[in-house]
Design a protein around this ligand. Structure first.
Ligand code: SF4
Length: 498
């Protein structure tokens, strides 16, 4: 529960007390994540050379009794135990004896920490300890430590994440997540625990907050319906839960914010709302107005020069972050501005081997370089980040400088960061390529187009080699590339506000 609470307290409340009849189906992507997590855990236990007392066969109270007895005996390593004290219950993947106590270990099929390790935030070559602790991992480990302390079996306030590379990533719960976080992980855990107890006791009813992660939530339909009905401030792009909570007492709805004169809330370049600067308030207000006016149209905030070239390449890649594998490089090529005659070029890694990944990468780089006068359009920094990473992984394909040349901003333009965010406003709830291209009338052929779905399809392709699944991945990627073209053309047609 604490793990989910860090993601969204509303989801915890709905899981406990929501009407199951309005719950959405669990998405195939989330199911795939669960399956892969379980699979990875069993791979680690079977092939990782870990010799542990295996309690995975036991259930409930029996599992708890066996775990307690094992700790009393001083078993060196316990797998799939269960520890409990009062209203606290934990099921750590492993408990490792250290001195007179035990250190909890959770096995995760992802990275142990977030950020750190360079531009792309990866830490593949290090020991896994670079970056910041993930709060949801930290509270889970802290819960185990809390129970162990109460039972008299704690080895100290620390835990370990066994990450996707089977590296041990230490979580020192006495330290903070980062220099700007005033609380230690242990204090953050206690705050989360107090919040959980309030939700369970129904002494607090959390509010939902629209975010990109909501799309994978099984309460998405009913929760977002409620947010829309309440005209919640988080319907405004990039206005999240914390800012909503700071502004809602003054502006409970989007309409209320739209109706105000934002200048009246600014004194000496500051606002009275925690975490909201003068510029942000003006932007949020402008977005609120756009969402409120029935005939609102998108517009340019400032003049912008978009290069024109005879050949335009609309570029999008598909990556499976759990496999850490780039499986598709797709490019829609348009010549002379003629969309009717554009063509789709795709470089697909037919299997999940390094050779296949390298081959697709090499072909894509060669193709992109074959048109040096073309402008390359892509959406978000992800493509450049991944290309730097692929170059480091396959240095025989090209040099680091080749990638910088390829992504020279004079030639390759990140339509999201360099254009949409800086220079445009839209009457939409977010600025994803899906939302903006759909707003402009573009329709994906797939009934469920999303990056998460594409990852799940690739997982199916790996297991089943069904050509229909591969075709679905390619069609989805082609539509993403076309959507980038539709958006570029749409932005070219925008005018300056007023
Ligand atoms: S849809 Fe979003 S806000 Fe609502 S419960 Fe799910 S994650 Fe939370």
């Amino acid at each position: 529960m604490l793990y989910s609470l860090v993601q969204c307290p509303k989801r915890v409340e709905l899981d406990l007390f929501g009407d199951p009849a309005v719950r959405d189906e669990v998405s195939p992507f989330v199911e795939m994540l669960w399956q892969r997590g379980t699979l990875y855990e069993s791979q680690v236990m079977q092939g990782g050379g870990l010799v542990a007392l295996d309690l995975s066969h036991a259930k409930g109270d029996e599992k708890e009794r066996l775990t307690l007895e094992a700790m009393q005996r001083g078993e060196p390593l316990i797998y799939s135990g269960r520890i409990c004290d009062g209203d606290l219950l934990g099921v750590p993947d492993l408990l490792r004896r250290q001195g007179n106590g035990y250190v909890p270990i959770d096995i995760k099929s992802g990275r142990g920490k977030e950020g750190g390790g360079g531009d792309d935030g990866e830490d593949d070559e290090g020991d896994g300890n670079a970056g910041k602790p993930k709060l949801h991992y930290a509270v889970q480990l802290a819960l185990y430590v809390d129970v162990l302390e109460r039972l008299g079996f704690s080895a100290g306030r620390r835990g370990i994440i066994l990450d996707v590379h089977a590296r041990e990533v230490l979580y020192d719960l006495a330290s903070a997540r980062g220099p700007k976080v005033p609380l230690s992980l242990w204090q953050e855990y206690q705050a989360v625990l107090a919040n959980a107890r309030e939700i369970v006791a129904r002494s607090q009813t959390p509010r939902g907050a629209l975010a990109s992660s909501c799309k994978l939530c099984h309460w998405y339909s009913s929760c977002t319906k409620e947010l829309r009905a309440g005209d919640d401030l988080t319907l405004i792009p990039r206005l999240g839960r914390k800012i909503r909570d700071a502004m809602a007492p003054t502006f409970p709805t989007v309409a209320a914010l739209a109706a105000t004169d934002p200048e009246g809330w600014i004194t000496k370049n500051k606002t009275q709302f925690k975490g909201v600067g003068e510029k942000s308030l003006m932007v949020f207000h402008a977005r609120a107005v756009l969402l409120t006016e029935p005939m609102a149209k998108p517009y340019l905030k400032a003049p912008i020069t978009l290069p024109r070239s005879d050949v335009e390449l609309f570029f999008d890649i598909e990556v499976d972050p759990l496999r850490d594998f780039t499986y598709l490089h797709g490019i829609v090529e348009r010549r002379g501005g003629d969309s009717a005659d554009e063509r789709f070029v795709a470089f697909f890694a037919d299997d999940e081997t390094a050779d296949a990944e390298r081959d697709a990468f090499a072909k894509s780089v060669a193709y992109l370089n074959s048109e040096p006068a073309a402008t390359i359009w892509y959406y978000s920094k992800y493509e450049r980040t991944l290309y730097r990473k692929l170059q480091a992984r396959y240095p025989d394909v090209c040099s680091a400088q080749d990638i910088e040349t390829l992504f020279d901003p004079k030639r390759a333009i990140d339509l999201y960061n360099d254009v949409v965010t800086k220079a445009t406003e839209w009457p939409t709830h977010d600025h994803s390529i899906k939302t903006l291209a759909k707003y402009l009338g573009f329709a994906w052929r797939d009934s469920n187009p999303s990056g998460a779905a594409s990852i799940e399809w690739f997982d199916r392709w790996v297991r089943e080699r069904d050509p229909a699944v591969k075709a679905r991945i390619l069609d989805y990627n082609e539509d993403d590339c076309k959507a980038t073209r539709v958006l570029l053309d749409g932005i070219r047609a925008l005018t300056i506000e007023g």
